[in-house]
Design a protein around this ligand. Structure first.
Ligand code: FES
Length: 117
């Protein structure tokens, strides 16, 4: 695992987000309930940005486009393309269910580190 320090921990307030460019990847770094999460900013459904996605009480992110929902820790799909009603399910058929890419995060030396393969 290649760990990269991306920010100082105090640079991101609670519920704040930041896009981090690492090589070819754009990582969405989030601070929720005093925990940091790092996920791909591309929704696996149609590759649209997750930046404005809502975080739920059980630590999932809901894509702002067709409301696919992913677990922030595992990337597991909880809901696939449910929006808009009727059309969402049709759009969901354009691509089979695919987990969100999540990256390990650790706190060290006052910084937030993201692990890359
Ligand atoms: S792009 Fe995210 S659910 Fe369609």
């Amino acid at each position: 695992m290649n760990w990269v320090k991306v920010i100082e921990a105090d640079e991101l307030e609670e519920s704040e987000r930041k896009l981090i460019k690492l090589g070819e990847q754009t990582i969405l770094l989030m601070r929720e309930k005093d925990r940091f999460y790092a996920v791909s900013n591309q929704c696996p459904h149609l590759k649209l940005p997750l930046l404005k996605g809502k975080v739920t009480a059980d630590n999932s992110i809901v894509c702002p486009w067709h409301r696919s929902e992913f677990d922030l820790t595992t990337g597991e799909v909880k809901e696939w393309s449910s929006w808009p009603p009727g059309l969402g399910k049709l759009l969901g058929c354009l691509k089979r269910e695919t987990a969100l890419t999540v990256f390990p995060v650790k706190m060290e030396e006052g910084g937030v580190w993201v692990g890359l393969d």
